[in-house]
Design a protein around this ligand. Structure first.
Ligand code: ADP
Ligand code: GLC
Length: 478
């Protein structure tokens, strides 16, 4: 198949969260399975990579022709295409210290249109794989601009839903800037507003939620208003768990002080000591070290962490947190360092290398997300022998099996309901098991480390979705 993955962020070029990990890793897994793959994302500021003689295309949006550059970097069998435009050359990806950029509709409509132009010479049919609201308008552009010209009649669009909270909503008046016929307004209209995510949901040929549980939750009560729209497409919506990138492997990870694996955990103790040293915490092998890495957004349940911290830090434990985002939670991070200098660190900022060292050095990983479409850090944790304590929601519920010592099963603790009492109880079980039942602890770890979260499995499932989307198109056009 010819697969074209389009996303607003993509590792190794850009990243604010898990979408970038997925958009960087899935193309490689698909190319390894023999497909021809293009992976298209903006070239933001600070992104290096081939820039010699980029191809230039012109796209009409908001009353003007905009010239964009398309440069190709080939890696791991994938054609990574970077889209150049002055509107991507800013300090942040979606916003900066002054808030969210006011022209994001324009920027991502530009990305979607440029992505279709970038593969104009590729043999049809093509599977376009759009992701989240940013590329939700891609199927609309295909239908409104390209198909009337006889292009992409048999090409299909698959839309992955990584997070229903962000829909890219704008005033109706902005619709005129898209330069498409007014008969496409009902596709984009949600309660009188322009909603790119809704447009994608109704016009893609197939939909994928990033975990099976999330695919159901968004139709029930986690669709941020889009539940009825999602229910109307339930036959075309499946859940596919994300995989984890091969760069998250403790046996080869270059960020660590020592390497380790399920068969030889000595290196993990070295990593724990190194992390304690790096962060200026007492270097003690026996003390349980709890870690957390997160965007500091209301989604992530940091308020529950705030609730449990005074109780937790009375105990003989260490807590290391890394994150950036809402000022309130950044303040909380700084505050715990001040109050418990020998027990807690709250590192404010984005630091990929430190994220690897926390996954490796911690014993327990906290992820009490209010909702979590898939979640990657709980899977990284398990791979690194760090036992997760998570809220039983979305992808967290699908990947973490709660420990049942009487039946030798479980890889962590998934608590419910979403309360600080349930969260602290789960942390309590984890601490007790760590301290009093080392053999059970070793087994929990081993099970987590040997669970298969590889992309290969998820890539196969995506392949099936692509095939179904293409056959639907073929039927529709025959
Ligand atoms: P989300 O996409 O909702 O943020 P995920 O769990 O899917 O949640 O993915 C988050 C990704 O971003 C992980 O790779 C995680 O390690 C990374 N990450 C989040 N915050 C930071 C940070 N402050 N520094 C480094 N990496 C971070
Ligand atoms: C979103 C979700 C997260 C998911 C990631 C990648 O950012 O919040 O749960 O893992 O996308 O799909």
């Amino acid at each position: 198949m010819n697969v074209v993955i389009v996303a607003s962020e993509m590792r190794p070029f850009s990243k604010t969260g898990g979408l970038a990990d997925v958009a960087g890793a899935l193309p490689v897994a698909l190319a390894e399975r023999g497909h021809r793959v293009w992976a298209i994302s903006p070239r933001y500021r600070h992104v290096d990579g081939a820039r010699q003689q980029p191809e230039r295309v012109s796209v009409e949006l908001f009353g003007m022709d905009h010239e964009v550059g398309l440069s190709v970097v080939e890696a791991h069998g994938v054609q990574f295409v970077l889209v150049d435009h002055v509107s991507f050359q800013r300090e942040g990806i979606y916003g900066d210290v002054h808030g969210v950029f006011g022209d994001n509709l324009f920027r991502y409509a530009l990305l979607s249109r440029a992505a279709i132009e970038a593969v104009a010479a590729v043999e049809e049919p093509v599977v376009f794989h759009a992701n989240d609201w940013h590329t939700g308008l891609l199927p609309v552009f295909l239908e409104a601009i390209h198909r009337p010209r006889g292009e992409h009649l048999r090409s299909a669009v698959v839309l992955s839903l990584h997070n229903l909270k962000h829909q890219g909503i704008e005033a109706k008046e902005m619709f005129g800037g898209l330069h498409i016929d007014a008969r496409h307004w009902p596709t984009c209209d949600m309660d009188g507003l322009l909603n790119p995510l809704k447009a994608g949901i109704v016009s893609a040929d197939a939909l994928v939620a990033v975990s099976p549980s999330y695919s159901l939750q968004i139709q029930e009560d986690q669709g941020f208003g889009l539940e009825p729209v999602l229910r109307s497409r339930s036959e075309d919506l499946v859940g596919v768990l994300n995989g984890i990138d091969p760069s998250w492997d403790p046996a080869t990870d270059p960020h660590l002080a020592a390497r380790f694996s399920a068969d030889d955990l000595h290196g993990k103790s070295v990593c724990k000591a190194a992390l304690q040293r790096e962060l200026g915490l007492p270097e003690r092998p026996d003390v349980p070290l709890l870690g957390l890495i997160s965007r500091l957004d209301a989604q992530k349940g940091i308020d529950l962490v705030e609730d449990v911290v005074p109780w937790l830090l009375q105990d003989d434990v260490q807590l290391v947190m890394l994150g950036s985002g809402a000022r309130r939670f950044e303040h909380f991070f700084r505050e715990i360092e001040r109050r418990w200098p020998t027990k807690a660190r709250g590192w404010v900022g984005f630091n990929e290398s430190l994220a690897h060292r926390i996954e490796a050095g911690a014993d327990i990983f906290l992820m009490p997300s209010r909702f979590e479409p898939c979640g990657l850090n709980q899977m990284y944790s398990m791979r690194y022998g760090t036992v997760p304590v998570v809220h039983a929601t979305g992808g967290l519920a699908d990947t973490v099996v709660t420990v049942d010592p009487t039946h030798d099963r479980g890889t962590g603790w998934a608590f419910a309901p979403f309360t600080s009492a349930a969260f602290s109880r789960a942390i309590g079980y984890a601490l007790q098991t760590y301290r009093e039942y080392p053999k059970t602890w070793a087994e929990i770890r081993r099970r987590g480390m040997t669970t298969d979260f590889s992309w290969d499995h998820s890539a196969r499932l995506y392949e099936e979705v692509y095939q179904r989307a293409l056959s639907r198109r073929a039927q529709a056009t025959s």
